[in-house]
Design a protein around this ligand. Structure first.
Ligand code: PRX
Length: 635
C-alpha cells in the first residue's frame, strides 16, 4: 500500500480505512519511511482523552530542522527553499536556497546560544513577514528553544500578556515592518510591552525599515553584527518526540489567551504528510500560502510542512490591495505559482474589486487552490473557481484549527470530488463525530451536531501552557472521551462535512479568531462604561463584523457618543489590536439577562442580524422589557 501519495479516491478510502483499523501501523510506516530520526520510537501511541494525555512516537529522538533543512542539502542544496516577495513591488524578490537557509538558521541558532538561550527556554518572535521570521523560528527549533510567535498586528498589551504567560526570556523583533502603504513601529511596540515583562533578558533586532529606534543598552542588540560573527554550523539538539516545539496563542472564552503547546515528532509527521497530499505537492512546484507566520497556517503550511517536503515556499510581506488589487495575481504570474492557499475573506475582498484585476495577469501556472480560516460562502467559492481556477483547479476547503496543528477535513485535489462550501471528507487518521446537545453521537448521514474528534492524531496540541486543567475543561469536558472543536457541522447524504461555524463565544472576523471576553474587558476599562456585550453579525467581506451593546455609567452624558465610539475603539485597538475594533456600537440602558445573571447573547445576536421576529424563547429572561427597548433603538 502506498500511503504517502494519495492519488485516487479508491486509494484514499483504502488508506483511510487502514488509518482507522490499524492507526499505529499506518503512522509508523509513514514516520519510518519519510523522516530522519536520531533514534526510533519505543511506542507509537499512548493516549487517554479522560485526562487528557497523548504521546506519539515515545522514546524517539529527532530534530525537526534536520528534516526540514539538513536532509535536503545533498539533493536540493541549490533549490530555492524560501522565495521572498517584498512589500514593495519594485524591490527584487529573494531566492534563498536550502544551502543558504541552512547557513542562516545555523548562524541564528549560534547567536541565540551565545546569548544564553537553552533547550526548553521560551523565545517570543514578533516580526514582519520577512525571511528572518522563518529563520528565527527554525533557529529556535535547532536548539530546542520553544518559539512563541506573536502576530505582528497585535498591540503592546496583547504582546505583553503572551510574553508573560510563557515567561519568555528573549524577544526577536525588527525595527519596523512594511504592510502596504503603512509602516508598523514594531520595536517601539516591543519597548512598550517590555515595561511589563520582567522575564525578558534579551531583545534581538533585525533591520527592516531602517527607522530610528531606541536601543536599551544591556537588553537590546542588532542582529546583523552578531550574525556576521557567528559560525555556520550549529549541531542540532536532539529532542524527545514529545518535547514542545512551539507555543501559539489562540483566543478563548476568557480574557486570557490560551497558549497551545505543540510537540515535535507528531506535529512534524502530520504537517508534512498533510502538506504533501492536500496540496498534491510535486518537486518542481512553487507553493504560496498567503497567511502570516504568526498564525498556525503559517507555522504548518509556510514553514514546517513545505520545508519538510523540500518544497519552495513563498513568503509575502505585503497585503493583497497594495499597490493595487491585482497584487496577488501579479505575484502568481511572476513566480509561476502552482498552489495558492488563502482565506475566504481575502477572496471576497478581491472579488468585490472585479475580475479586471485578475485578467491583467497570466495565472495559468496554478494547479491547486486552497482556502482556510472560516466557512467559505458559495459566491466566493464560485468566484475563486471561475476567475482564479478557470474551472480547472480543484479547490481544497481545509477545516482545521490552531489546536489541531494540521488540516483535518478537506478534499484531496484531483482525488475527492469537491462540493462548494463543503470541506468534504476527513483526512487520513481523522475520526470526526457529530454530537447532539445531550452529548450523544449522531450517526448516519443527513445529520448535524457539534464537531468532535474521537481518536488522537499526531499533531494535536498536547496542553495549554501552564494550565492543563483549562486544556481539559475547554476541549475534553463537554463530550467525555472526545476532543470538542467548538464548531458546528453537518454531514450530508454522501458523508461530506460542511462546517457551519463556531458554537461558542469566538467570532471569526476577516479570518481572525476573536474571543468576545478580551474585547469586552477592553471596553469595560473605559471610565464611562458600566457593562458591555459583543456579538457578531454577517459582513460581506469580513465574514463577520462586531456589534457592541454598551451600557454607560449613569453620570455619563450620552451626547458625547461620537467621541465615545472613537475612544472605545482606540482602547480596543491598544488592548487587543486594530482587527478587534467594533463596526457598530449601540449605547443601551440594559442587557438581556437570565435569572442567574448571564447575558443572553443569543438574543443580541438575533437583533444584530436584524432577525427581531426570530428571538425564540425569551421566557427565562429576567428583564424582557430591555429587549423591546434595544430593538426600538437599533431599528
Ligand atoms: O471555526 C473554525 C474556523 O476557524 C477556527 C480555527 O481558527 P484558528 O485556530 O485561528 O485556525 C485557523 C486556521 C487553521 C475553526 O474552529 N475554520 C477554519 N477553517 C475553516 C473554518 N471554518 C469553516 N471552514 C474552514 N475551512
Amino acid at each position: 500500500m502506498n500511503e504517502y501519495n494519495i492519488s485516487s479516491l479508491e486509494q484514499y478510502f483504502q488508506v483511510y480505512r487502514a488509518s482507522v483499523e490499524q492507526p499505529e501501523a499506518l503512522w509508523e510506516a509513514i514516520a519510518e519511511e519519510h523522516f530522519e530520526w536520531h533514534k526510533k520510537w519505543d511506542r507509537v501511541l499512548d493516549w487517554d482523552f479522560s485526562t487528557p494525555e497523548v504521546k506519539w512516537f515515545s522514546g524517539a529522538k529527532l530534530n525537526i530542522t534536520v528534516n526540514c533543512i539538513d536532509r535536503h542539502l545533498e539533493q536540493r542544496g541549490n533549490k530555492t527553499a524560501i522565495l521572498f516577495e517584498p512589500n514593495d513591488p519594485n524591490a527584487p524578490a529573494q531566492h534563498i536556497s536550502y544551502k543558504q537557509l541552512s547557513e542562516q538558521v545555523n548562524k541564528m541558532a549560534n547567536v541565540m546560544l551565545a546569548q544564553g538561550v537553552k533547550k526548553g527556554d521560551r523565545v517570543c518572535i514578533y516580526m514582519p513577514m520577512i525571511p528572518a521570521l522563518a529563520v528565527s523560528v527554525l533557529a529556535c527549533a535547532r536548539i530546542g528553544a520553544i518559539h512563541s510567535v506573536v502576530f505582528a498586528g497585535f498591540s503592546a498589551a496583547a504582546l505583553a500578556t503572551r510574553i508573560n504567560d510563557s515567561d519568555c526570556s528573549m524577544v526577536i523583533t525588527a525595527d519596523g515592518g512594511f504592510r502596504g502603504a503603512k509602516e508598523i513601529p514594531l520595536k517601539a511596540i516591543v519597548d512598550e510591552a517590555l515595561e511589563h515583562c520582567p522575564s525578558v533578558q534579551k531583545v534581538l533586532v533585525e533591520k527592516r525599515t531602517h527607522t530610528a529606534v531606541s536601543m536599551h543598552p544591556q537588553r537590546d542588540a542588532w542582529l546583523a553584527p552578531l550574525l556576521e560573527q557567528a559560525a555556520t554550523h550549529c549541531p542540532p539538539v536532539w529532542m524527545d518526540a514529545e518535547d514542545p516545539l512551539f507555543i501559539l496563542y489562540t483566543s478563548g472564552s476568557t480574557g486570557k489567551p490560551k497558549g497551545m503547546v505543540h510537540s515535535t515528532a507528531g506535529y512534524m509527521v502530520y504537517a508534512a504528510y498533510t502538506f504533501k497530499n492536500i496540496f498534491q505537492y510535486e518537486e518542481e512546484d512553487i507553493y504560496w500560502c498567503t497567511a502570516d507566520i504568526g498564525w498556525i497556517t503559517g507555522h504548518s503550511y509556510i514553514v514546517y510542512g513545505p520545508l519538510a517536503n523540500g518544497a519552495t515556499t513563498v513568503i509575502f510581506e505585503g497585503v493583497p490591495s497594495y499597490p493595487d488589487y491585482d497584487r496577488f495575481w501579479e505575484i502568481v504570474a511572476k513566480h509561476k505559482i502552482t498552489q495558492f492557499y488563502t482565506a475566504p475573506t481575502a477572496i471576497r475582498a478581491l472579488a468585490k474589486e472585479g475580475e479586471a484585476h485578475v485578467k491583467k495577469h497570466d495565472i495559468s501556472s496554478l494547479k491547486v487552490l486552497g482556502t482556510v480560516g472560516e466557512p467559505i460562502n458559495e459566491e466566493a467559492w464560485q468566484w475563486y473557481d471561475t476567475y482564479i481556477g478557470k474551472g480547472e483547479c480543484p479547490i481544497t476547503d481545509t477545516w482545521w484549527q490552531t489546536e489541531t496543528g494540521g488540516i483535518m477535513i478537506a478534499p484531496i485535489p484531483f482525488v475527492t470530488p469537491t462540493n462548494p462550501t463543503f470541506a468534504t471528507l476527513p483526512f487520513i487518521g481523522i475520526q470526526p463525530a457529530l454530537m447532539d446537545t445531550e452529548g450523544k453521537e449522531v450517526h448516519g448521514n443527513n445529520v448535524q451536531g457539534r464537531l468532535c474528534i474521537k481518536y488522537p492524531w499526531p499533531s494535536m496540541a498536547r496542553t495549554i501552557w501552564g494550565d492543563h486543567k483549562r486544556y481539559f475543561d475547554t476541549y475534553f469536558s463537554s463530550f467525555p472521551g472526545h476532543y470538542f472543536s467548538g464548531d458546528g457541522a453537518l454531514r450530508d447524504a454522501v458523508g461530506y462535512y460542511r462546517i457551519t461555524g463556531r458554537v461558542d463565544d469566538v467570532i471569526i472576523v476577516s479570518g481572525h479568531n476573536l474571543g468576545t471576553a478580551p474585547i469586552e474587558d477592553a471596553i469595560n476599562e473605559h471610565p464611562a462604561v458600566a457593562e458591555s456585550a459583543i456579538v457578531g453579525y454577517p459582513h460581506d467581506v469580513k465574514g463577520n463584523a462586531l456589534f457592541g451593546f454598551i451600557i454607560l455609567k449613569e453620570q455619563h452624558d450620552p451626547k458625547d457618543q461620537q467621541a465615545l465610539v472613537k475612544t472605545i475603539n482606540a482602547l480596543i485597538a491598544s488592548q487587543v489590536g486594530p482587527i478587534a475594533k467594533l463596526d457598530k456600537m449601540e449605547f443601551v440602558t440594559g442587557l438581556p439577562k437570565t435569572r442567574s445573571g448571564k447575558i443572553m447573547r443569543r438574543i443580541l445576536r438575533k437583533i444584530a442580524h436584524g432577525q427581531v421576529d426570530q428571538l425564540g424563547d425569551t421566557s427565562t429572561l429576567l428583564n424582557p422589557e430591555v429587549v423591546d427597548q434595544i430593538i426600538k433603538q437599533v431599528l
